[in-house]
Write a protein that binds this ligand. Structure first.
Ligand code: G4P
Length: 280
């Protein structure tokens, strides 16, 4: 199954991010904890070369805790600082302050040796659409922050949010697009609901989900819908249609409606905490 998605603003957003990158010391990259690899654009590793790097596994409340632990470890092995966050209710968000100081320890030390004291660290938030960048910025910055504009040496019009005396955050996040070359990435991004539903086929998508769950989370659909999970994904979807009373006029199953129910349940966490990919 191929997901096609070509947003028009891609080049412009990338260029903007390249410019903004010059102004910051640390990049706080958000990924969706249910798909930490598919929701990460590898271009950022090139764009943010030489910057301190923090990866937030956001929406950790929806992800499988054991797998999130494995991802955290794998990312830290690669040299990233990581924090598990739920930007919606704020869990983990406070921890980010300390991690910024840790990630920028070398820069702070360099400044100190050169006699530069109390220069705030500048940070930017980045990530693909819908990973929770705006929600995070709102929760992280809270109400106590003050906006600072047009300072000397800062590109005109840039708005910085002063978080405390140590950190300033660029108020607009950097936007990247997911890399769709691998069809699995497209399917995973679609499953979590981060592409418009009108450009994908919900029935096919739901069959992909059923196949995955049957392998990795056997029994989860049986428990949710009171059905027997079949070897054949289409049979399981028919069972869901039957249990949910998804019938067309002639009495045939309405597979699209059943698929809609299933995808909605998954996206709203009603199937439980599920992670769609493991670290390699
Ligand atoms: P973006 O700026 O990266 O595009 O993402 P944005 O903050 O708009 O968040 C996208 C959706 O993800 C929002 O839901 C937001 O509430 C939700 N979200 C963000 N962080 C978390 C999190 O840690 N956990 C959970 N469970 N959800 C999170 P929405 O349904 O599009 O909007 P709304 O109903 O919350 O207004």
């Amino acid at each position: 199954m191929q997901v096609q998605w070509y947003p028009g603003h891609m080049t412009k957003a990338r260029r903007q991010m390249q410019e903004d990158m010059k102004l910051v010391d640390v990049v706080i990259e958000l990924v969706d904890a249910r798909i930490p690899s598919s929701s990460k654009n590898p271009d950022i590793d090139v764009l943010a070369k030489n910057k301190a790097r923090i990866i937030l596994l956001n929406k950790a409340d929806m992800a499988d805790p054991a797998k999130t632990g494995a991802w955290k470890e794998a990312l830290e092995e690669k040299g990233f600082f990581t924090v598990l966050v739920n930007s919606r209710d704020g869990s983990g968000v406070k921890e980010v302050h300390g991690v910024i100081q840790e990630a920028c320890a070398a820069k702070i030390e360099r400044d100190r040796k050169r006699g530069i004291l109390n220069r705030p660290i500048r940070a930017m938030v980045a990530g693909i659409p819908n990973v929770g960048k705006s929600t995070f910025i709102n929760t992280f910055a809270g109400k106590a922050c003050t906006k600072t504009g047009n300072k000397p040496g800062v590109t005109k019009g840039k708005q910085w949010i002063r978080l405390n005396k140590n950190v300033e955050l660029l108020d607009t996040p950097g936007i990247l697009w997911p890399k769709f070359e691998d069809p699995k990435v497209g399917v995973r991004i679609a499953l979590i609901g981060s592409v418009n539903d009108d450009i994908l086929n919900p029935r096919e998508l739901s069959l992909e989900l059923i196949r995955f769950l049957h392998l990795e989370y056997a029994g989860i659909l049986a428990a949710r819908y009171g059905i027997e999970e079949a070897e054949e994904a289409a049979v399981t979807l028919a069972e869901i249609a039957r249990r949910r009373g998804c019938l067309q006029k002639g009495g045939e199953y309405d597979y699209d409606r059943a698929a809609g129910f299933l995808l909605d349940d998954f996206r709203n966490g009603r199937l439980g905490r599920i992670t769609l990919e493991d670290p390699r």
